[in-house]
Write a protein that binds this ligand. Structure first.
Ligand SMILES: NC(=O)c1ccc[n+]([C@@H]2O[C@H](COP(=O)([O-])OP(=O)(O)OC[C@H]3O[C@@H](n4cnc5c(N)ncnc54)[C@H](OP(=O)(O)O)[C@@H]3O)[C@@H](O)[C@H]2O)c1
Length: 221
């Protein structure tokens, strides 16, 4: 299997890539700085230099051609204001799915967010803008004919992973480690029968592989 990760230098992206490489999967990804290309090359990852904001879908298609799947786990991360949120979190997944259609890459895994995440904290306008952009990206992806899976993690932490989650169509928003989100994404890539479905995932008590496999065949035809 060959997997291309958009957001490969990020918290979740790095962890997805490391797990895939350890399993002998060929991994590529998109980065914005040449130093990141070198760092990732040392880990056996073929990163490509490019900025999601300025790349066209056609250019991105050339990067992902020949891959079996693409993962989107990029995000503006609070930098660059609403415009960056629109361009990266909002338009980025659509750009990748269009690229996937052009390049014949059928499987896309999108790391998104719980719709009610942190709403009880009465977050600011920028956060609300981020939430709307994330949802718009989901809407665009589910309208494609691709073999998509959307993974909505709860609030991310850098604590060590437990290998255990609570995963399903609708879960209560709590917290989850980036390790466990990465493992969930890798497991989704390993299980093609889990398809055309939105999965909410948070910390829990079920081993990740078993939690993902309960969703096999449950997606939209
Ligand atoms: N934080 C939370 O609690 C939370 C909860 C649920 C979901 N999420 C979502 O989960 C996903 C992963 O989160 P994370 O913590 O791993 O994010 P992260 O560490 O901030 O990583 C995001 C990555 O996206 C890349 N990126 C940003 N703009 C880009 C551009 N224009 N072109 C190419 N790459 C670009 C960044 O590249 P650089 O390395 O160049 O900066 C970075 O590597 C995000 O989509 C986030 O919205 C987060």
């Amino acid at each position: 299997m060959k997997v291309f990760v958009v957001g490969i230098a990020g918290g979740v992206g790095r962890r997805v890539a490391a797990r895939l490489v350890a399993q002998g999967v060929q991994v590529g990804g998109l980065v914005r700085r040449s130093a990141q290309v070198e760092d990732l090359a040392a880990e056996g990852i073929a990163a490509t230099l490019g900025d999601l904001v300025t790349l066209t879908s056609e250019e991105l298609a050339a990067f992902i051609r020949g891959y079996d799947a693409a993962v989107f786990t990029a995000g503006a991360g609070g930098e660059g204001g609403p415009e960056a949120i629109d361009q990266i979190d909002g338009a980025g997944p659509g750009k990748l799915s269009k690229a996937a259609e052009i390049a014949g890459v059928s499987r896309i895994v999108l790391v998104s967010v719980f719709p009610e995440a942190w709403r009880e904290r009465r977050m600011d306008e920028a956060f609300e803008h981020y939430m709307v952009a994330k949802k718009q990206a989901e809407v665009e992806l589910v309208l494609t004919d691709l073999d998509w899976v959307i993974v909505r993690p709860s609030a991310l932490s850098n604590a060590p992973g437990t290998g255990l989650v609570d995963l399903g169509l609708a879960k209560v928003h709590e917290e989850i480690t980036r390790d466990d989100v990465a493992e969930t994404v890798v497991e989704v890539l390993r299980q093609p029968d889990v398809n055309r479905i939105i999965l909410e995932v948070t910390d829990g008590a079920t081993p990740i592989a078993a939690a993902v496999s309960t969703m096999a065949g449950a997606g939209r035809a």
